[in-house]
Ligand binder design. Structure first.
Ligand code: SAH
Length: 507
């Protein structure tokens, strides 16, 4: 036996947070990852950058690899002494053919372990507000495959037993056979009035639930256009959903929201929107790069004691400034005596990461208010003020400071560069109903996004545009587009508040 080991790991039902800690730990140290069409593609990012990523997915008809070939592949990788993660949706042993894979590994003498996952039959229902058992309603649940073996005329499911089953029935892979499943249960004596539901893409932002009775559910699901993957549930526990439904009740549930800010800054917004139930698509329209020439910033940093104030108008500026400090071999102590002003809470939070507190921050998140705020604290006449900003930052702030007699040094600390999202991604995004909201957190995100997507496509879509503030809104209008909402406080939380208010008023 080699030192290799194959881990049959359950990835959980879709929500990436529903994978086990053990599974994630194994992914993080994998030499090879063998996966199929997972709902939570994001989990793959947990694997080390140099891990072998092998897709063996099964797209409904076209099996990329046959099960025997997958078994052989696992045996081969394990025999090579690798740490192999075989990642499977839900639980590996619940209709996941994990049992077959384990047997093949046993036969070949390859070491393996199993890491259970939360199966869709429990998780999708939980996220639909349907407890699979309930003390007063049912005390058992059956996990059943609704997939009939191809070519088999007779059903191999014992419908008589299923119709008489005194608990919840959960059918996997049954959407295509839904008419047959319901008809067979009724034919074998199950009450046609028994509550039934289908939960599609459970635990994900795309979750969709329809409910009815054993008699009506086929028509309801057809009318709603429910396709796989979906879980079919039959039983009185379905009725509890009316009260317990929680996931689909979150304020931004079902909304597709595009985040256009630079990738490195997107994760916080994304996390907040997702927590409110939105499906977030990150399409960065800009990225932040080092300036063409970093000498001016380096020089300013090496003479930092000559300055009275530093004004940071973005978190990127803070990052760039401390990058230059690092290059100069300096740390926060070099700033003793120099006062610091930030434009808003996000920038202040970034500053705090470097162990510094702000001396000033305007009440409103506006460059135009910075000078006034400073003037209240300090006589600006003759003061030296450093402004490490974007290469394209408007000059207004510098002019305001100069008008008060200050000596402002405007330095391009970073560059904002247009980022073009892949056309395939965009085509996918605008297919069907397209996004519900596109969020813009700066003028440059607007300009670059419109250029990348094309004005025609934007005008033709039903997407509403959300702007962080008046400057960004002006840029939106300059393209003859409408800023449907504008944040009252020009911060990310302000933008999210505006989305929530807009959503509420639509309901
Ligand atoms: N091993 C998996 C099941 C694989 S069979 C598990 O334990 O969950 C595939 C079937 O699982 C699908 O046809 C569907 O019926 C169900 N399924 C998987 N993910 C689902 C999800 N997110 N929502 C609803 N059903 C899902």
């Amino acid at each position: 036996m080699s030192d290799g080991c194959v881990y049959l790991v359950g990835a959980g039902p879709g929500d990436p947070g529903l994978m086990t800690i053990r599974g994630r730990d194994l992914l993080r140290q994998a030499d090879a990852v063998v996966y199929d069409n997972l709902a939570a593609r994001r989990l793959l990012d947990e694997a080390p950058g140099d891990a072998e990523m092998i897709y063996v997915g099964k797209q409904a008809a076209a099996h990329t690899l046959k099960q025997e070939q997958i078994n052989e592949l696992l045996v081969k990788l394990g025999s090579e002494g690798k740490q192999v993660v075989r990642l499977k949706g839900g639980d590996p042993f619940v209709f996941g053919r994990g049992g077959e894979e384990a047997l093949a590994l046993v036969e070949a003498g390859v070491k393996f372990e199993v890491v259970p996952g939360i199966t869709a039959g429990i998780a999708a229902l939980a996220y639909a507000g349907i407890p699979v058992t309930h003390r007063n309603i049912t005390s058992s649940m059956a996990l059943i495959t609704g997939h009939e073996m191809p070519g088999k005329a007779e059903s191999y499911l014992d419908y008589e037993a299923l119709a008489g089953w005194p608990g919840t029935l959960g059918f996997y892979m049954g959407v295509k056979n839904l008419p047959k499943i319901t008809a067979s249960l009724i034919a074998h004596g199950k009450d046609p009035a028994t509550p039934a539901a289908l939960v599609r893409w459970g635990t994900t932002a795309r979750q969709e639930t329809v409910t009815g009775t054993l008699e009506t559910i086929t028509d309801v699901a057809t009318a709603a256009g429910i396709k796989p993957p979906a879980l079919i549930v039959v039983g009185h526990v379905v009725a509890l959903r009316e009260k317990i439904s929680w996931f689909e009740n979150r304020p931004l549930f079902g909304k597709k929201i595009v985040v256009t800010r630079a990738r490195l800054q997107a994760s916080r917004v994304t996390a907040q929107l997702e927590a409110l139930g939105a499906e977030v698509i990150e399409l960065p329209a800009i990225r932040i790069e080092a300036p063409d020439d970093s000498a001016p910033l380096d020089q300013a940093v090496s003479a930092i004691q000559a300055y009275d104030w530093i004004i940071f108008t973005s978190a990127n500026g803070v990052d760039a400034f401390f990058g230059a400090m690092e290059r100069a071999g300096l740390d926060a102590r070099a700033l003793a005596g120099v006062k610091v002003c930030v434009i808003g809470p996000g920038t202040a939070a970034k500053l705090a990461q470097f162990g510094l507190r702000k001396d000033a921050q305007p009440k409103a998140y506006k460059a135009s208010e910075i000078t006034e705020t400073l003037a209240k604290i300090d006589d600006l006449n003759g003061k030296k003020i450093l402004c490490p900003r974007a290469d394209i930052a408007p000059k207004e702030l510098i002019h305001d400071l100069e008008a008060r007699g200050a000596e402002a040094t405007d330095i391009a600390a970073y560059r904002t560069v247009g980022e073009t999202p892949g056309q395939e991604l965009l085509d996918d995004l605008f297919a069907d109903r397209g996004p519900d909201w596109i969020t813009f957190t700066s003028s440059s995100t607007v300009t670059n996004f419109v250029n990348a997507v094309g004005l025609d496509r934007l005008q033709a879509s039903n997407a509403k545009l959300a702007s962080i503030g008046p400057v960004t809104s002006n840029t939106i209008r300059s393209f003859d587009l409408t800023a449907d909402i504008e944040a009252e406080s020009h911060t990310i939380p302000g933008l999210i508040d505006a989305l929530l208010i807009a959503q509420k008023s639509q309901e």
